[in-house]
Ligand binder design. Structure first.
Ligand SMILES: [Fe+2]
Ligand SMILES: [Fe+2]
Length: 236
């Protein structure tokens, strides 16, 4: 049985988490390439850059989530959150293949994508999330997942639709699988996490989740090109 104070605390930290999620959407919208995505006018180089950088973090989603879940179980803490992390690791399995397929339809081979330089934002994202998963507070990974799935629910489907309606990138209709699929799936995933988080009263885990949400808010928008970038996405 929760006390009234604990219930209020639960509501408060979830409101802060939602603020971080909305802050991420606003920070992404402020990036020129993301604004072009929303208008459907992003050119091939900018879209390829975005997909390649997304590949270089999304390919690690399953191990980051699953290792966090298994470590939480080993630590004997929050079995429900451990199960959620492991489940989310399974949900993310194969999403990197969608990116490779979209990129192939845009003329980028798997070898080229693998060899492409990772942006500092991708290095920071993978470094931070592997750290929390393997050596930090493992529930922190859920903060990253929450704000990115919120972004996905809010933007991925719209980006895919706008690109299909407006973009002149050759083969664009075959190159929005990653965006289209996430737009369709992640609304349910956000709702599920909200339900489970309502029962989380441990301040250490709340703080870890919020902190990772903030890291994602500051790092993730930087996977888009700086404005005016003219370098080809496949050159180092
Ligand atoms: Fe995914
Ligand atoms: Fe999801």
């Amino acid at each position: 049985m929760q006390t009234q104070t604990e219930k209020q605390t639960g509501t408060q930290w979830l409101a802060v988490l939602d603020e971080e999620a909305r802050g991420l959407v606003a920070a992404v919208d402020a990036r020129p390439d993301a604004r072009r995505l929303l208008e459907g006018t992003l050119g091939a180089a900018g879209y390829i850059h975005y997909l390649i950088q997304t590949y270089h973090y999304a390919r690690w989603s399953t191990p980051i989530l699953a290792e966090a879940g298994h470590r939480l179980n080993r630590l004997g803490r929050h079995p429900e959150l451990a199960a959620l992390l492991i489940q989310k690791g399974e949900e993310e399995r194969g999403h990197d293949r969608w990116l490779l397929s979209d990129l192939k339809n845009l003329g980028c081979s798997e070898e080229q994508v693998e060899a492409a330089a990772r942006s500092p934002a991708v290095e920071a994202y993978t470094g931070w999330n592997f750290f929390t998963s393997r050596a930090g507070v493992p529930t922190a990974v859920l903060g990253t997942a929450y704000v990115l799935e919120y972004l996905s629910q809010t933007r991925a489907g719209v980006w895919a639709e706008r690109l299909k309606a407006v973009s002149t990138i050759p083969n664009i209709h075959k190159s929005v699988t990653f965006l289209r699929s996430h737009g369709a799936l992640d609304g349910d995933h956000v709702a599920e996490m909200q339900r489970i988080f309502e029962r989380l009263t441990d301040p250490e885990d709340q703080e870890a989740i919020l902190f990772s949400a903030r890291v994602a808010r500051s790092v993730y928008p930087r996977i888009f090109r700086e404005d005016g970038a003219t370098r080809h996405p496949l050159t180092r």
